[in-house]
Design a protein around this ligand. Structure first.
Ligand code: ADP
Ligand code: MG
Length: 634
């Protein structure tokens, strides 16, 4: 109701302002001429519409003053309009508030649009969960579901909470979470992520997480908090406005009072002249254009990025992307597909291939590493997990577990060396998994991963987008690292690194240049948090990924980083354009307004209005271009 009322008042007020403006132009400056018309007709009309469109600005201002936040850009405009009324410039006063509100509306529209595009990919928040206990269905709020509860997801419904399938077979549309467009088929015991949509038959799922810890909630948090991580230029504008506004108001007061006192304090026309100068000075100096358009640019860019399936934690990272000098990449799952396949099984004498592979499968039973998926090859059912105890995953080395009460080791050469196992190091262009059981080396398994088709092009484009160095880090062996590094076209690589070594290397690289780390989220958390920009991809399912990254690439494509670099640079350009344009116009008009006795002196308020509201609208439109640009590109 209030919204509609405000909207209609604003439209009427705009029309009235334009009509009055035309009258003003045709009949000259009414405030000096036909005084009766001015006072009996124009004053009441202007005042009425002025109050209609500005009452909420007054309320806002009073609230701020009560909270001791004096003098923001709104207060400044209002003081200027009151001064304009005082000297009989009614239409001008009306115009200031009308155009101010029009500018705000445009800004709101743009921000809402971006917010919607961020929300649309995150339009995932489930409102209800259908619990399923003893064949009885009961609809509850997502927050009321505990770990271990069973719930049912029917065809077309979105999975509300992360869980594991207990009953049913179906297909899931995972595109909103992983960007993967091919549906994923699921059956009993498969883990599924919240946010995916069941497009087949009903599934009974056991909750493995609470709602607030589920994938969807975490993604929503990331995006919803985006605006709290402000870019430096945004913070600068806010700070700038805080210092700048009171200075400008004091200056205006001085301009209004001192010259008349010196020239002739008993002549009301001298007073009205200088009050007019002061009021226009106030209107011109309003920082609205920047206060509105700069944060808006960032917001639009965040929105556009999320349309491209890139979630960014805040505008500060948009700035960092423009300065990006180094990109450090993890190998497995980032440059490569992370879909290993076993290429050979090589037992020592006295052990069979089947035995070696079976041991390896037991070892990897609990691991979530891409290597484990290759070894297990979807064959968990044939294993008896009761034979396993004390499972340990040793980051960057492999796994250690008690199998039938003896120690089983699977991993790289580091793992065996550190457990004092004697073995022969194998020289191979593949990833090697050494297997040792009961303190004896039993053989090795070769596994192979492939480079993603998109990696080469993406890495070549990093260079084109101004990145100086692309560096690959891996825990894998030197041979394989070299092959992949050459194939992918990185400038430098380091192999045999433990996760902590990776972080140290990263710190070294980062010392004097903005550095991004891109990983798949599997044991990369320390590097993700250490880097200037931590980018994770594909690993959305893993717990720590979203928490420790600044940027999440949902569809696993390294090229998205290029898109974001380009978007960030465009954003920077627009922000600079707006700052320079706004300041140039304002300073120009400000100088005009302070020169006494110009022929345009009585119209100076209109120049002021252009310098303020006109510039704001132009800047806001300029920022909106950021959204248009991306649309054209796709
Ligand atoms: P990357 O740096 O390529 O992402 P990781 O740091 O994840 O690799 O792992 C480094 C190395 O540690 C792997 O190449 C492998 O040799 C060993 N490794 C890690 N996890 C496992 C596992 N679950 N099973 C066997 N080996 C593993
Ligand atoms: Mg890894």
């Amino acid at each position: 109701m209030k919204k509609k009322f405000d909207f209609i008042s604003l439209i009427l007020a705009t029309i009235v302002t334009i009509v009055l403006l035309i009258v003003h132009i045709i009949y000259g400056d009414v405030s000096l001429g036909i005084n009766t018309v001015n006072n009996l007709v124009i004053l009441p009309i202007s005042l009425l519409f002025y109050l209609l469109v500005s009452y909420d600005l007054f309320i806002e201002s009073f609230k701020k003053i009560r909270h001791k936040q004096f003098f923001d850009e709104v207060t400044l405009s209002l003081i200027a309009t009151i001064a304009a009324f005082a000297i009989g410039e009614y239409v001008e006063a009306l115009a200031v508030v009308v155009f101010f509100q029009v500018g705000e509306r445009f800004e709101k529209y743009a921000v809402d649009k971006s917010r919607n595009s961020i929300k649309s990919i995150l339009d995932l928040r489930p409102d209800k969960v259908t619990l399923y206990n003893d064949e009885i269905e009961k609809v509850v709020e997502p927050f009321d579901v505990n770990i271990g509860d069973l719930f049912i997801v029917k065809s077309g419904e979105r999975v509300p909470i992360d869980g594991v399938v207990i009953e049913g077979k179906s297909s899931l549309d995972t595109s909103s979470i992983t960007g993967e467009s091919v549906p994923r088929s699921v059956k009993e015991n498969d883990e599924i992520l919240s946010g995916t949509i069941n497009i087949g038959s009903p599934l009974v799922i056991k909750a493995t997480k609470e709602f607030y810890n589920s994938t969807v909630s975490k993604m929503l948090d990331l995006v919803e908090n985006a605006s709290s991580q402000k870019a430096n230029s945004e913070k600068f504008i806010t700070k700038f406005a805080k210092i700048y506004t009171p200075i400008v108001i004091s200056l205006a007061v001085l301009v209004a009072i001192i010259p008349p006192l010196i020239i002739n304090y008993s002549d009301p026309s001298v007073w009205s002249n200088y009050i007019r100068t002061a009021a226009s000075f106030l209107v011109i100096s309003c920082p609205c254009a920047l206060v509105l358009s700069v944060p808006m640019s960032y917001f639009v860019t965040l929105g556009e990025a999320s349309k491209q399936k890139v979630l960014i934690k805040g505008s500060t990272f948009i700035d960092k992307f423009t300065k990006l000098k180094n990109i450090v990449l993890d190998k497995t799952g980032t440059i490569t597909k992370g879909n290993f396949v076993v290429t050979s099984i090589n037992p020592v004498e006295g052990t069979s291939k089947d035995e070696l592979l079976k041991l390896a499968k037991y070892g990897e039973y609990y691991s979530n590493h891409p290597i484990a998926h290759a070894v297990l090859n979807n064959d968990k059912e044939s294993l008896n997990k009761d034979l396993l105890k004390d499972y340990q995953e040793i980051d960057g080395q492999g796994v250690k577990v008690e199998y039938e009460s003896s120690t089983l080791l699977i991993g790289n050469s580091k793992l065996l060396s550190s457990n004092n196992i004697e073995f022969n190091k194998v020289d191979s262009p593949f990833t090697i998994l050494y297997v040792a059981y009961k303190g004896k080396y039993l053989g090795y398994i070769e596994i192979k991963d492939e480079i993603k088709e998109s990696s080469k092009l993406a890495i070549a484009n990093y260079h084109k987008n101004g990145v100086k160095k692309v560096i690959m880090l891996t825990g894998d062996n030197q041979n394989i690292a070299k092959v992949i590094a050459q194939d992918a076209g990185v400038d430098e690589f380091h192999a045999n690194l433990l996760p902590l070594d990776k972080t140290n290397k990263l710190k070294e690289i980062q010392q004097n240049a903005t550095t991004a780390f891109i990983g798949d989220g599997v044991n990369d958390a320390p590097s993700l948090t250490t880097s200037d920009i931590g980018i994770s991809m594909g690993g959305i399912g893993s717990d720590i990924t979203i928490d420790s990254s600044d940027v999440v690439i949902m569809d696993d494509d390294l090229n998205r980083v290029n898109d974001v670099i380009k978007m960030s640079k465009r954003n920077k350009l627009v922000v600079y354009e707006n700052i320079i344009f706004a300041l140039a116009v304002k300073i120009g008009v400000m100088i005009l307004s302070l020169i006494p006795n110009l022929p345009i002196a009585s119209y100076i308020m209109w120049f002021a209005i252009f310098a303020d509201v006109g510039v704001t609208v132009i800047c806001v439109f300029n920022s909106l271009r950021l959204a248009l640009h991306v649309k054209k590109q796709n």
